[in-house]
Design a protein around this ligand. Structure first.
Ligand code: KG4
Ligand code: ZN
Length: 403
């Protein structure tokens, strides 16, 4: 190898660090397009006992994991610390204590190595997970603007993404949840049905066994941004799924109502005892995963129908809002990311709708759908090129907004 090639091989290397919630992650990405490593230490089992993320425990686990996770990412990439061009870290949104662990470690590394530090918005990271993989597959760049749906346990946001003349990404938030995130609704509904944590994979697996049209859930009106607008959701009765987009300028979401509707259904249909029984059996068998036959056998047909109907309604709502916004804002492509983007029904229905509209659509691989650090290093690349580095005073911003 000539010296020039060696220099090329070692250029544009960014170490990403992510610790905003319950995953400690580190990755080395070259020039925003090639992940040389991607290490994720999940705390899922720890928090599963509580049915949700416990912030204090999350911070302690990050502290324990951050050094070994970074070391593993460097080893997997076969890269020495001196070869790095920059350190990128999630600065928000997320849990304050959890964010501080990653930021403090990234700052220490940046200081010790005299390498620039780049602060990255976690939500921008989710969007760049998809763009990075599209680049890796050497697909033609998606045309802009893009409509990005970021849908996870903490977020349900729609962004119109475009590049400025200077090559910086610009985001306009055109929709967001006014209460629970979609993933949160998955987690809460799974919990109230006595299923495991996190709920998304359980509902995803079990929904395939039920009738999605059995329970016609309907979304109500959303009060958002100071005005009321009609936002009825896709009904399982087969009603037209799309309102006239020109009449629908509100692309906000609300998922707390459907969670309450599921709870009410459980109570009014005498399902409580069966839920408690299922909860007990699953607690005694942590080895039974969402796709196990034993887990499916614990659910009677009424429960499976309820699960399938919940998912059908949620995915229908996400789909309708996303495509309506894409039409109104003239998006040339759609990007879906975040933990809920791993959902199989969501992928199938979004793909089919995009095909019908001849609109390019991209999802991250399953590994990059949930929280990871490759997406943080990828999102940092355009900032590195533009020389947009974080100050020494970089802090955690739990409510950091994008756009
Ligand atoms: O992006 P992520 O790892 O963390 C956040 O930033 O929130 O997303 C986690 C969320 C959880 O609510 C989980 O239940 C949901 O993503 N999730 C799913 C699936 N896999 C994970 N939701 C629906 N279907 C899935 N297959
Ligand atoms: Zn996330």
């Amino acid at each position: 190898m000539r010296e020039n090639d060696q220099t090329m091989e070692r250029s544009g290397l960014i170490l990403g660090i992510e610790s905003s919630c319950d995953e400690t992650a580190a990755a080395v990405v070259r020039a925003g397009g090639e992940a040389l490593s991607n290490i994720v230490a999940s705390q899922m089992n720890l928090h599963a006992n509580y049915g949700g993320v416990v912030p204090e425990l999350a911070s302690r686990e990050h502290l324990r994991n951050v050094v070994p996770v970074v070391r593993a990412a460097m080893e997997q990439a076969g890269v020495a610390f001196e070869d790095l061009d920059a350190i990128a870290v999630t600065e928000g949104p997320g849990l304050a204590g959890a964010l501080l662990v990653g930021i403090t470690y990234a700052k220490a590394l940046s200081f010790g190595l005299s390498k620039p530090l780049i602060g990255v918005n976690h939500l921008e990271g989710h969007i760049h997970a998809v763009l990075m993989e599209a680049r890796q597959r050497s697909e033609m760049a998606m045309e802009l603007p893009l409509l990005a749906l970021v849908v996870s346990g903490g977020h349900t946001h729609l962004y119109l993404a475009n590049l400025s003349k200077e090559g910086a990404w610009r985001y306009r938030n055109v929709g967001r949840t006014v209460d629970d995130a979609a993933g949160e609704a998955y987690d809460k509904v799974a919990k109230l049905l006595g299923l495991g944590y996190p709920g998304g994979p359980w509902i995803d697996a079990l929904a395939a066994r039920g009738n999605p049209r059995a329970v016609p859930f309907r979304f109500g009106r959303i009060r958002s941004r100071g005005h009321r607008e009609d936002s009825s959701f896709a009904s399982p009765s087969g009603k037209k799924e799309f309102a006239n987009p020109s009449e629908q300028q509100n692309f906000d979401f609300s998922f707390s109502g459907i969670k309450t509707a599921v709870l009410r259904y459980v109570e009014t249909h005498g399902m409580r005892e069966r839920v408690e029984e299922r909860r007990k059996v699953l607690a005694d068998h942590p080895e039974w995963g969402p796709r196990s036959v034993q887990a499916a056998a614990l659910c009677d047909s009424q429960t499976l129908d309820l699960i399938a109907s919940f998912q059908y309604a949620v995915v229908g709502n996400l789909l309708r809002q996303t495509f309506a916004a894409a039409e109104v804002f003239g998006a040339r492509g759609i990007v879906v990311s975040g933990g809920v983007a791993a959902n199989s029904e969501l992928r199938r229905r979004f793909q089919s709708e995009a095909d019908q509209r001849v609109l390019p659509i991209a999802f991250p691989s399953l590994a990059l759908s949930t929280d990871n650090a490759a997406m943080i290093a990828a999102a940092a690349w355009p900032k590195f090129v533009a020389g947009k580095f974080a100050p020494d005073t970089l802090g955690a911003t739990p409510q950091l907004r994008l756009g």
